[in-house]
Design a protein around this ligand. Structure first.
Ligand SMILES: Cc1ncc(COP(=O)(O)O)c(C=O)c1O
Length: 382
């Protein structure tokens, strides 16, 4: 069967601009690229704990058997959602199969026709996809720029009494590693009764006591409309949770299509999430990660690299190297020396803002950090 010409052209164009995506075999390199910030993915304690929990609860099932609204709402879900609500100091918690599902489902179902969503221009693709499926209009504002947000609202808001305004940002931006001024954003939203939603994917397990996330670290978690925390990054497993009010949970269970029309997570996944959260509360890894973040920043300073990097105090640090070809070349050279550092190409990031992305982990040694930055310094002019 012939592959459609239109599609063929699309990936040929990508090839031409040096941006064709490929699934590559995993090489064993020093990890500066995964989201496994705390090394939980290979934790034997979590792995064995999940298995033991299933045995203790006499749950011998490989799958959920159906949507959670039909046969799939196994008993571990109820316990896990209670645990998540307690841990994250939220009225309610609703687990989704992934962060992608949570964002697509939330943004396609919550904002209604006539409502408006204002989103940070660097917001994650899953939120963009959800907004595209929504009947609400959406407008972007400049990255981390409250003044531009105010301007966009003034320009686009219609005088209608029933119009709801939703504002969405991330507490740590996945491709930049920086954070918005959440306190100011919250104060602004409260003043006008706007609904703020914060994606905490890259802050969960990193910021605050026991990795509760940035909103809880700032003690403002109950001043937002909803939070989305994911388990595929620092928690080292899979799935996500929407944290919010009882009404929000009831609404999502009834109207959120990515929650309703899909098979629930298998009991084993939920047991793993429970064990990963238990581990968060006793692990020394968060402290080690924070130490490495501080060390990385000091090394940037001493190697005169600071100005090449986007300012960040999260686990994600990005060195801007303009041009797909240029950034790929530097990444390649560093990979050849044994370090897994990934180039982030346009169109994933804007043209001219291509970058080398360093994800830091609790298990990176100080020597590895120094060495990889030493190498980088030889490739980028200061
Ligand atoms: C900010 C942000 N939100 C949501 C997601 C999606 O989460 P998941 O990988 O669980 O689908 C990601 C991961 O790529 C992300 O970086």
């Amino acid at each position: 069967m012939l592959f459609p010409e239109k599609l063929h052209k699309k990936f040929k164009n990508r090839e031409k601009s040096n941006a064709l995506r490929k699934l590559s075999e995993q090489k064993i390199l020093i990890d500066f690229s995964s989201n496994d910030y705390l090394g939980f993915t290979s934790s034997k304690t979590i792995f064995d704990g999940a298995h033991q929990l299933l045995i203790k609860k006499t749950i011998q099932k490989n799958g959920a058997t159906g949507s959670r609204l039909l046969s799939g709402n196994h008993k571990l879900y109820v316990e896990a959602e209670k645990m998540l609500a307690d841990f994250h100091n939220s009225e309610e918690a609703l687990i989704f199969n992934s962060g992608y599902d949570a964002n697509v489902g939330f943004f396609s179902s919550v904002p209604q026709r006539g409502d408006i969503i204002f989103y940070d221009e660097l917001i994650h693709a899953s939120i963009r996809d959800g907004m595209q499926m929504s009947n609400a209009k959406s407008y972007k504002f400049k990255h981390n720029d409250i003044e531009d947000l105010k301007f966009q609202i003034e320009r686009n808001q219609k005088e209608r009494s029933d119009q709801e305004i939703y504002i969405v940002t991330e507490s740590v931006f996945s491709m930049d590693g920086d954070c918005p001024d959440l306190k100011s954003l919250i104060a602004f939203c409260q003043k006008y009764n706007y609904h703020l939603i914060v994606d905490e994917a890259h802050a969960t397990g990193v910021f605050g006591d026991y990795g509760v996330g940035l909103l809880q670290k700032l003690e403002v978690e109950n001043q937002v409309f909803a939070r989305i925390n994911t388990f595929g990054k620092a928690l080292g497993c899979h799935g996500a949770v929407v944290l919010g009010s009882k009404d929000l949970k009831t609404y999502l269970v009834n109207f959120c299509r990515s929650f309703i029309y899909t098979t629930g997570l298998p009991p084993h996944s939920i047991a793993t999430i429970q064990m990963a959260y238990e581990e968060l509360q006793r692990t020394p890894e968060i402290e080690k990660l924070i130490e490495n973040i501080t060390f990385f920043t000091q090394e940037l300073e001493s190697k005169h690299l600071t100005s090449r990097f986007i300012k960040s105090n999260s686990a994600i640090h990005c060195c801007i190297i303009s041009g797909n070809e240029n950034v790929k070349k530097v990444a390649n050279e560093i990979q050849k020396k044994g370090f897994d550092v990934k180039p982030i190409l346009s169109p994933t990031v804007p043209q001219g803002k291509e970058r080398l992305r360093f994800c830091l982990h609790s298990y990176n040694s100080k020597e590895e950090i120094s060495e990889v930055l030493e190498l980088l310094a030889t490739f980028v002019s200061i």
